[in-house]
Design a protein around this ligand. Structure first.
Ligand code: FAD
Ligand code: FES
Ligand code: FES
Length: 1259
């Protein structure tokens, strides 16, 4: 056999077996089939943007099945005989959009649109699995799809609108004909699936792909190839975790080995084929969980529902998971933990002897599985009276592996343990499976408080967690394991006291909901109309083109950066000869090949390190090759020798200790007379606040494509700052700026990360194209992107606040240190942070100092609201601290100190139209804050081990019209009156194009459908400032309005001549009268003094609940009220608010960046370890209100900027969680302390702040 055959969107694809056997379905779709609607980002099954659905006939079934998978890990050769549906196949602009695409667009579920195809296809798969879905089904099925822009609420609403039970306006179930879009080309009917199932035997470049159809065939393949490196493949999802296994000589696809797919209920057990997917396993468990002896299946069901994500569960099987455990004993396999505790066995087939063996999982995990196949798992019937519970404690709610997982099987009668319990723990160390000493101790024990305490201590003592910078602390894992044991024993003892029983229960997350209220200004429609983005349908159908979707140019080369693997070192030599010896690898370029390797300010400092390496991950050079895979292979072969390797400086503390402050950048603001003020205050608090870094996590990683033209370079960039990119690109090759012709088709999320760092890619790809004279595509993989480029700076602040007994804060002093990385360029963020430090609180005396500390990290860059985020954390923390000292609720304390209109703020602005008190009053009322404070208090009194916190936070965001402004060119086509706009702002999801179109439509008085906003191009919109700081939408719209007004004025004489002409006639007559129907306008705004044009205010109430024993938490409810003036588009502005808030939750609660202390390498360089929020990390009840009747006299069309302010509000999540912990500490230790603020306040940090010990346990 020499080819494989399958259908994509109903069309047969015959692929001659010449593509490497490691080719993924995603690579085939995007690189061979030209189907770029399906996106790609992490390539590790962690983000979901690559989702497609597959339809096939499982080996044990007569019914076809359709389900969603991650195409990035699905091997191409596994899909022989399958039907694939991609996002463009289920609906598009020419054939009509699919209802899922229509709904996600209508509900404003797209911003940058990079995640959208994955969302659509995951939903398409879900509806195939279950056409009649509930809102709960929807919420449980989006655990593997990350969206960095929207905050998920509108996506969930769009998807829930297909459910039977959600209260969503526009709800309608799916029509069945919308599910089977792709008919079999042979029969003209829905695919019967008869094509799948044939055996395969293919050879490519000396490696083989087999697809046996029976165990016998499988044995033959394995026997014949006994001496080779064999890989059995099912879902191939494990390669998302362990990426460097292989290459293999033999791949054996198990999908058609019938003996691996069966299900049997016997008298004493249930037996499942080892190739049962986790999704099918869940169905089997659910089907049996009511049967006597199998009630524990409900616990395992609940646990496996949070293993990986829905698409991994659809494609990955039980054997695959258990084999990971077999190969990597340290892996915290949830399947292993839950099954081993239950006493499950496995059946293993020995290929050499053709014998089956039933063994325990304990034996399996140590078994050498070479020449063996896992056939089945056998789950026992358990006697009545056995308590079975399992736990998985993770850094975020879903799609995260466990800090620690645990399962307990305890035979018990009236609080007496009958025989030996089974206690299994994962995540401790490679050898740890059973807590044997604790099991010994508890055997036949009668449960009493003393026994529980002793068991807790024995368990903690017998655990020896592996120490690793990527693992949670050893102490946490011990405490956690102890806490989980206590939970189980508490449940068994079934105390009558709810206060105690709160420890036994897990947090329960109900289905989430949202409410949005806003005012529209009908008189100005379509401006100020709440409408979804114009391009959302194209984003939803995958037809929106991102840079990497552009077709391959002839002779195109692919570039990959070679990164430093030391954090501070001197380079002795770089030898790329081995890399260049690989056929298809064409070039290696480094600093010496650039005409100018160093850039002038304000660009990135340099392209490649030349002598001194300043951080681990710094680009040292660049390989060019014929394919991305070859480029990736080649960079591993570039040998870098260092003459001196030094210990990298990675923390602010180390930098301080080594005197590495950029002293010239120190800045102090003094307001009032702080020295005097200290003398008259009643009380003083002092404390520290620190926060870590944050990666932007734009879903489209950085990419640039440079194409030599006849007289220059055409550069296609994903950037927020085309001007910077053009300047860097021309500088590196020593050419004038007009040599580089730049286009920004669209940007898949920026959040500040594509303003400065994209220069590096623009310069790199241009250098490559210039020197090689071939098109060069530089598209970063996730790890390279995280390791080599900038992030949000970490901060550490010490503060001192003086206040009076009445709660009025009189004076604050702050010494804030910012980790700027290796270069001082980003020091200016300290200026922002210092000037935002007061947030919405009036304090008459301030002394705030900002210091810039050098470390061996990439220079830091802007990440959404770079100044406000640290300022909010520091300022709100100080006010909470003061409240604690005065024993007042922070909400009441903060209210006392809010700005009044016309007061002067920390930076010297007179707050003329300050609405913060109005927002606060209204929100407190609408969100019933007083009553909820009482409810939270009551809850906390009734529960010892679950605690709640509620707080309010504020943001005063100073909007600065910086730089030269944006320009726009508007053209009216005389023949038909259609309108085209090109402008200097970059659309990266914030709805800029839509607002621009709304403005132009309003001025010209034409329907918005008449207007197209074209991508940002240097040829027509040059000399633009960065699209950042929240101003680009306003500024670009104002420019477009200016140009439209010019055109209107030019056409006025014609209008007067033909008052009754319709728009088309008017344009035709204007054209005929030689009116120039193209106009350009530069929005030359004036910068406000001092450095601020107006303030955007918003306020939030956040209520959370914490499990004190584990540190897990959930955001129960958030209410936000924002003053956006007269919102230019309330739907988009609500979207910005939600997206910003959730990004902030990530910053303050889950996103931890970890380093290897020895060499400075970032360890959290992928989705396995870096955890931005997912759908279940958002508030359960989320209400957003835009303040009505508040025109902004200083903003564009009375509006305000909305992109960044809301992120600062989410510090409330951290503070409410901390408050909950402090409440527990009061109960447990009778302490009224204020825990130092550390962000992210992860699950681990939350629990560790409690200070649990056996003495605190009660029954
Ligand atoms: C993003 C992500 C998140 C995850 N989160 C979790 C988690 O939270 N908890 C958890 O427990 N797991 C988690 N996993 C692991 C996941 O459960 C496994 O990747 C999956 O079950 C593997 O199944 P597969 O069919 O894809 O195996 P494959 O990747 O196809 O195979 C895995 C290994 O098993 C071998 N193998 C497969 N079948 C057999 C067989 N029948 N006999 C012998 N060897 C065989 C293969 O040769 C290979 O070595 C996660 C995985 C990903 C990608
Ligand atoms: S690219 Fe496939 S899941 Fe991220
Ligand atoms: S819209 Fe989801 S990542 Fe941008």
């Amino acid at each position: 056999m020499t080819d494989i055959r399958f259908h994509i969107n109903g069309k047969e694809h015959i692929v001659p077996g010449n593509l490497p056997l490691t080719t993924s379905l995603n690579e085939y779709l995007r690189e061979q089939a030209g189907l770029n609607g399906t996106k790609v980002m992490c390539k590790e099954a962690g983000c979901g943007c690559c989702a497609v659905t597959v339809t096939n006939l499982p080996a044990d079934s007569k019914t076809l099945e359709t389900y969603s998978v991650q195409s990035c890990l699905t091997p191409l050769y596994a899909v022989d005989g399958w039907q694939i549906s991609t996002v463009e196949g289920i609906g598009n602009q020419s054939e009509g959009f699919h209802p899922i695409q229509e709904r996600i667009a209508k509900f404003n579920g797209t911003q940058c649109g990079y995640c959208t195809p994955g969302m659509v296809m995951n939903m398409y798969g879900l509806l195939h699995q279950k056409a009649h879905i509930t809102a709960q089904d929807v919420e449980d099925s989006f655990d593997g799809n990350i969206c960095r822009c929207t905050g998920y609420r509108p996506i969930l609403d769009a998807m829930k609108s297909f459910s039977e039970d959600a209260h969503i306006p526009g709800r309608k179930s799916i029509d069945i004909e919308d599910l089977n879009k792709n008919l079999c080309p042979k029969t003209g009917e829905t695919c019967p699936g008869t094509c799948s199932g044939r055996s395969l035997d293919l050879k490519v470049n000396g490696a083989c792909w087999y697809r046996p159809t029976s165990l016998e065939e499988l044995c033959n393949v394995m026997k014949v190839n006994n001496d080779k490196k064999i890989r059995l493949v099912f879902g191939n999802t494990s390669s998302g975790i362990f990426k460097n296994e292989g290459p293999f000589e033999i791949y054996v696809d198990l999908h058609q080995v019938k003996e691996l797919f069966w299900f049997e209920t016997l008298e004493t057990d249930v037996k499942l084929g080892a190739a049962t997917t986790l999704t099918h396993f869940l169905k089997r468990l659910r089907g049996h969980q009511e049967k006597p002896g199998f009630k524990y299946f409900s616990q395992i069901h609940k646990h496996i529902k949070v293993v990986a994500n829905v698409m991994v569960r659809n494609s990955g099987c039980i054997a695959g998971n258990l084999m990971i455990k077999n190969h990597h004993n340290e892996f915290p396999s949830d399947i292993f933990t839950t099954l081993e505790a239950a006493g499950a066995n496995v059946e293993v087939f020995d290929v050499k002897t053709s014998e089956k063996q039933t063994i325990s999982l304990l034996d399996f995990v140590k078994l050498n599985m070479r020449n063996k196949v896992l056939i089945a798992v056998i789950l026992p019937r358990l006697a009545e009276g056995i308590v079975y519970r399992s736990f998985k404690i993770t850094p975020r709610w879903q799609n995260a592996h466990a800090y620690v997982n645990a399962a307990f099987k305890i035979p018990v009668e009236e609080q007496v343990i009958q025989g030996r319990p089974s206690i299994v723990l994962g995540g401790i160390n490679a050898d740890m499976i059973h807590a044997t000493k604790t099991e010994d101790f508890l055997t036949n024990k009668s449960l009493s408080l003393a026994v529980v305490k002793e068991a807790y201590c024995i368990l903690r003592d017998e655990l020896v967690p592996t120490e690793s910078p990527l693992e949670s602390s050893s102490k946490y894992r011990k405490d956690l394991a102890g806490g989980l044991l206590y939970k189980v024993l508490l449940g068994i003892c079934n105390s009558k006291s709810q206060r105690l029983q709160s420890g036994s229960e897990n947090l329960h997350r109900p289905v989430s909901s949202g409410l949005q209220t806003y005012q529209e200004m009908k008189s100005e429609f379509p401006l100020k109309h709440a409408m979804p983005k114009k391009t959302s349908p194209l984003q939803a159908s995958g037809e929106a083109v991102f840079v990497n979707d552009m077709p391959k140019f002839q002779h195109e080369l692919f570039a990959a950066f070679v990164l430093a693997d030391e954090g501070s070192a001197t380079i002795e030599s770089i030898d790329a000869s081995q890399a260049l010896a690989i056929p298809g690898v064409t070039h290696f370029f480094s600093a010496k090949d650039a005409q100018h390797n160093e850039f002038p300010s304000p660009l990135a400092p340099r392209l490649f390190a030349s002598k001194e390496v300043l951080y681990n991950g710094e680009p040292l050079g660049m390989i060019l090759a014929e394919t991305p895979a070859l480029a990736k292979e080649a960079i591993q072969k570039v040998k870098v020798t260092y003459s001196e390797i030094r210990s990298p400086i990675l923390t602010i503390e180390d930098s301080l200790a080594q005197n590495k402050e950029f002293v010239n950048r120190r800045k102090t603001n003094v307001v009032g007379n702080p020295d005097d003020a200290w003398k008259s205050v009643d009380q003083i608090v002092e404390g520290t606040v620190s926060m870590g870094s944050q990666y932007h996590f734009y879903m489209e990683t950085q990419v640039c494509l440079a194409v030599p033209s006849e007289d220059g370079i055409d550069l296609y960039a994903s950037t927020q700052n085309s001007d910077n990119c053009q300047a860097a690109a021309s500088h590196v090759i020593d050419q004038p700026m007009n040599y580089v012709n730049i286009t920004v088709p669209r940007v898949g999320g920026g959040f500040g990360g594509k303003s400065l760092d994209s220069c590096t890619l623009a310069a790199g790809s241009t250098l490559g194209a210039y020197l090689s004279k071939r098109p060069v595509r530089l598209s970063m993989d996730l790890s390279t992107n995280i390791r080599s480029l900038g992030k949000r700076p970490p901060y550490k602040a010490t503060y001192k606040a003086g206040f009076n007994k009445d709660g009025k804060v009189q004076v604050i002093e702050i010494d804030m240190m910012m980790d700027v990385g290796y270069h001082e360029g980003s020091s200016y963020f300290t200026v922002y942070s210092l000037s935002y430090m007061d947030m919405c609180y009036y304090v008459p005396n301030w002394k705030v100092t900002g210091r810039s500390m050098m470390t061996n990290k990439r220079f830091m860059v802007a990440v959404r609201a770079p100044g406000s985020v640290p300022a909010a954390l520091i300022c709100e923390s100080i006010f909470e601290h003061v409240a604690r000292a005065l024993n007042k609720h922070p909400i009441l304390l903060k209210e006392l100190n809010l700005y009044e209109p016309d007061q002067t703020d920390l930076s010297g602005h007179v707050l003329k139209n300050c609405t913060v008190r109005e927002l606060w009053r209204r929100l407190k009322d609408t969100a019933e804050v007083d009553a909820r404070i009482r409810q939270v208090d009551a809850f906390n009194q009734e529960n010892l081990w679950k605690k709640r916190g509620i707080t309010m936070t504020t943001c005063k965001y100073g909007m600065i019209y910086f730089g030269s402004g944006h320009g726009a060119t508007v053209t009216i086509f005389a023949r038909d009156g259609s309108v085209q706009v090109s402008q200097g702002g970059v659309e990266m999801g914030q709805g800029l194009y839509t607002k621009v179109a709304q403005g132009v439509a309003h001025i010209l008085g034409v329907p918005i459908e008449n207007i197209k906003v074209r991508p940002n191009q240097g040829i027509i919109s040059p000399n633009n400032i960065v699209s950042g700081g929240s101003i680009a939408s306003e500024s670009s719209m104002q420019a477009a309005i200016g140009a439209a007004e010019i055109l209107k004025e030019r056409m006025q004489p014609i209008r007067e001549k033909f008052p009754d002409a319709d728009w088309k006639e008017l344009c035709q007559k204007s054209g005929a009268s030689k009116v120039d129907l193209t106009a350009r306008f530069l929005n030359k705004h004036e910068m406000g003094t001092p450095y601020c044009n107006y303030h955007t205010y918003c306020v939030a109430v956040t209520e959370t609940e914490v499990d004190i024993l584990t540190g897990e938490f959930q955001i129960r409810r958030v209410d936000i009220m924002a003053d956006y003036g007269e919102s230019l588009n309330p739907m988009i502005d609500v979207g910005q608010t939600e997206g910003g808030f959730v990004m902030g939750l990530g910053c303050f609660l889950t996103e931890d960046t970890l380093f290897d202390g020895k060499n400075g390498r970032i360890l959290t360089d992928g989705t396995w370890n870096y955890k931005p929020p997912t759908t279940k990390d958002i508030p359960i009840d989320w209400r957003i209100h835009l303040l009505p009747d508040t025109p902004n006299p200083s903003g564009v069309r009375s509006s305000k900027a909305t992109g960044e302010p809301s992120i600062a509000l989410s510090v409330g999540g951290l503070l409410a969680n901390k408050m909950a912990v402090e409440n527990a500490r009061k109960d447990l230790f009778d302490k009224d302390d204020f825990i130092p603020v550390v962000a992210p306040f992860t699950v681990e940090r939350t629990q560790q702040s409690v200070g649990l010990s056996e003495n605190l346990l009660t029954l």
